[in-house]
Design a protein around this ligand. Sequence first.
Ligand code: MG
Length: 385
Amino acid sequence: MKNISILGSTGTIGINTLEIVRQHRDKLKVFALVADNNWELLSSQILEFNPEFAVINNQKFYNKLKDFLNREKSKTKLLSGSEGIEIATAHEKVDIVVSAISGISGIRPTYHAVTAGKYIALANKESLVSAGEIITKKAKEAKSTIIPVDSEHSAIFQLLEGKKEKEIKKIIIPASGGPFIDFCVESLKDIDVKKALNHPVWKMGKKITIDSATLANKGLEVIEAHHLFGLSYNKISVLIHRQCIVHGMVEISDGSILAHLGYPDMKLPISFALFYPDKLRAVKRCGLKELSKLTFEKVDPDKFPFLGLAYEVGKKGYSYPAVFNTADDLAVNAFLEGKIKFIDIYRVVKDTIDAHRGFKIKDIEDIFEIERWTEEFVKNKIKNL
Ligand code: MG
């Protein structure tokens, strides 16, 4: 029996994780649930899974949830803010931390879990993008294991197992292309929030869905892969693959290409990370219907300039990826709030990168310093658009 903490339990990954727990109660026990704002869904999760701890990050909802739990005579201890996150990530009873808080808010909790030497199922890609060097170094020191939950990284992780570095010619990360793959550059100008949230294959949270539409998500995945697999950027490539059946490919030095295929369901990579190295029985299988047509295309750099920018900041290193990450997070939120246009997301990020003077990141506090600088810059930028 493994004790599991789910950071971001009310998000898409959190909900999928709990569905897996529901089917494997003999193997997994929920130790802590952490949510940001959605106290109503969190309250029903608490009643169903009876965790030892629950954390509502937003203090505003603490009393409401506390009263509810008292009325229901729940034994779960309710905490809020950073004290709660510390217990959820570092308590000695925790065996697995599912790091699935969306966006840059997930960085600090991931870092806590790594420092505590935990086994981490990592869904928050922002952690490695902003703090990749610090986190991978810390993970080695603290003997923390990081297993990716992102479908592409999970696939490539599996393909790379047992391979020597010199045998790897390159890895290929597939991208669905999002809802605007067939739009011309011109028509990207009048995209609204509703259109951008309509992803053709994956059902995901808002931040990642918008990132998929701009391909910023793929850019973040390239940087994440660089840290996760220790590969240089010229060994990482991206191809458009609309059907989302191939989740990752690895080209070997002898010219062969290995691919990982599977039904597009996030429960697959989540289960992989939770039960590694054991395998579970499949819930859905790929049949001829899914396999009969698989296509691959090049990414159009004019339509999706975000990807090129991600490579650029990744190669520059230093504080640039953290600025990219933070500026994108803020710009996507501004778009979702109707403050900026779809095409301005890229403009805001690009201008922020151009204005930034990179420096070497020494510890996690540097990341938060960068976030403060970026926030200030982006706020002004958006005001003057
Ligand atoms: Mg992905």
